[in-house]
Design a protein around this ligand. Structure first.
Ligand code: NAG
Ligand code: NAG
Ligand code: NAG
Ligand code: NAG
Ligand code: NAG
Ligand code: NAG
Ligand code: NAG
Ligand code: NAG
Ligand code: NAG
Length: 430
């Protein structure tokens, strides 16, 4: 660590490192609902409110999903004579304020969708050169959150301002509006598909940034997103995070085990979790997964903001980028101990073994109690290693290991490292 940082860290051990846009909102990943994956452009005010009511009645709001977001296609194709955005007169005939008032009265925050270019991806008006005006419109309509897309990029203008500059325009408009209106800033979510290494700069302008193209409801798409994001986990912390895209649970195309892997990876990598299911037809398996409060607690950890990261790739050599076979062994710190994710990327069941000290958050010479975050059981005490037996194809194991004191005496002093030595310099083999 840099000496200056070391001193600061030593002095301020209770203050977490903050990499993101620390402007008072979205310190933790946003949990909620988005209409796109289930309904695409076929949305209207009643559909949104129906899904919101289901978020409540199905108990999803109670476990932490606090947002309801529109996606593309809510607007009139043309701005008004004053240059303002207008909601579709038929599908949102009561106006946006009417809808956000109802969402707020149900206890939700409301989200809307826009675009940094000339048009949205579905061809509705974009916000380029209308940023301040549109931010104000969104605020007047009662929106708390903006997803900002990347279609119909202005040609030379974007090159001159740069990709960061293109997103800075709306980010600055939101900041200024918050200052003049004395209202909380709109949460700003970049939907930028990972172009121009957004994970290196996204935190300077927004609270989350998409790192990949659109998700699909099949294992190949999930494996590819997990593989890509496995190399950039350090970009995520409080206030700013890699966005792995909205959830595709319950939309067909995934087995139960694949759906569990999807949810676990997204949650433990601290992605926003936006449900993309038709809740009018949601199945019990999907609800069981979405309501795993032990996994959600890790996603919403108020003490540790970082993502899990791979410590061993498994069937492929470490640091292999392979979009069908991502890293299998992951860990990270949490408020209550070290979290492990074991991902069986194979098409057949597998036993998955790891030595505890392969994870940097584990101390040698200690034993650890094991909590299974899917079985919701305490699974005894791990000494030096752990094996998960018969992990299903494309399945996942999520564990929370808590320090449980010194390991039993009598074990070899140096089990793992082959350059372990005694005080007189003699090497001690495990
Ligand atoms: C919308 O704007 C386009 C030009 O930008 C124009 O050709 C079209 O007539 C307008 N449509 C309406 C309904 O005003
Ligand atoms: C929304 O509009 C409907 C129909 O006009 C009206 O009955 C209702 O009171 C409005 N609700 C809010 C919160 O404005
Ligand atoms: C959502 O589910 C309801 C109830 O089954 C169904 O009527 C509707 O067609 C579904 N919508 C979509 C887009 O799948
Ligand atoms: C840590 O444990 C406490 C007490 O059980 C719980 O309330 C909290 O949600 C846990 N935190 C995490 C990040 O799991
Ligand atoms: C990905 O990894 C699998 C398993 O090791 C291997 O069979 C496959 O050839 C790899 N694919 C590529 C494109 O390297
Ligand atoms: C796992 O650790 C135990 C000690 O708890 C040891 O006896 C065993 O050999 C280890 N297994 C492997 C495969 O290293
Ligand atoms: C933990 O124990 C439960 C209950 O016996 C079992 O179903 C589950 O598979 C165990 N988890 C692991 C990772 O072995
Ligand atoms: C686990 O530790 C044992 C020594 O106890 C060592 O032989 C083995 O190579 C280690 N495995 C991994 C994957 O680190
Ligand atoms: C070095 O220390 C080890 C462990 O205490 C001991 O077994 C060994 O005999 C010592 N070797 C020498 C040369 O003193």
């Amino acid at each position: 660590m840099h000496p200056v940082l070391l001193t600061a860290a030593a002095l301020l051990t209770s203050v977490p490192a903050i990499v993101g846009l620390n402007n008072g909102v979205a310190r933790l990943p946003v949990l909620g609902y988005n209409t796109w994956n289930a309904f695409a452009c076929n949305i209207d005010q009643d559909l949104v409110l129906t899904q919101a009511k289901l978020m409540k009645s199905l108990g999803l709001q109670d476990v932490g999903y606090q947002h309801v977001h529109l996606d593309d296609c809510w607007a009139e194709k043309n701005r008004t004579a004053q240059g303002l955005l207008a909601p579709d007169q038929t599908r949102f005939s009561r106006g946006m304020k009417n809808m956000t008032d109802q969402l707020h009265s149900m206890g939700f925050q409301a989200g809307i969708y826009g675009d940094s270019g000339w048009f949205t991806c579905a061809g509705y008006p974009g916000s380029f050169e209308h940023e301040a005006q549109d931010a104000q419109t969104y605020q007047e309509w009662g929106f708390d959150y903006l997803k900002f897309d990347n279609c119909y990029i202005p040609y030379d203008d974007i090159i001159r301002e740069g990709m960061i500059g293109k997103y800075q325009r709306m980010s600055s408009a939101i900041t200024q509006l918050a200052q003049t209106s004395k209202q909380p800033p709109i949460i700003f979510s970049l939907c930028q598909w990972g172009w121009e290494q957004v994970w290196l700069w996204g935190a300077t302008v927004g609270h989350s940034w998409r790192t990949t193209g659109d998700i699909a409801a099949n294992w190949d798409a999930l494996a590819s997103i997990i593989n890509f994001n496995s190399f950039i986990t350090q970009a995520t912390d409080f206030y700013g995070r890699n966005d792995l895209d909205m959830l595709q649970l319950g939309n067909g195309g995934l087995t139960f085990d694949e759906a569990k892997s999807h949810f676990t990876a997204w949650a433990l990598m601290k992605s926003p979790l936006l449900i993309g299911t038709n809740l009018s037809a949601v199945d019990d398996d999907t609800l069981t997964i979405l309501k795993n409060t032990e996994i959600l607690a890790i996603n919403q950890d108020a003490v540790e903001g970082t993502s899990i990261s791979p410590f061993r790739w498994g069937i492929n050599p470490d640091w292999t980028s392979n979009s069908s076979f991502p890293a299998q062994f992951w860990s990270g710190p949490s408020q209550n101990g070290t979290v492990f994710m074991l991902l069986n990327t194979l098409d057949e069941p597998a036993s998955m073994f790891f030595n505890l000290t392969e994870s940097p958050w584990i101390r040698a010479g200690r034993q650890y109690s094991v909590r299974d975050l899917w079985a919701h059981t305490d699974n005894g005490t791990a000494v030096r290693n752990f094996t998960a037996h018969a992990v299903p194809p494309h399945g996942v194991v999520a564990l929370l290991l808590k320090d449980a004191g010194n390991e039993p005496s009598g074990l070899q002093p140096c089990a793992v490292w082959d350059n372990c030595a005694s005080e007189n310099g003699t090497s001690v083999q495990g």
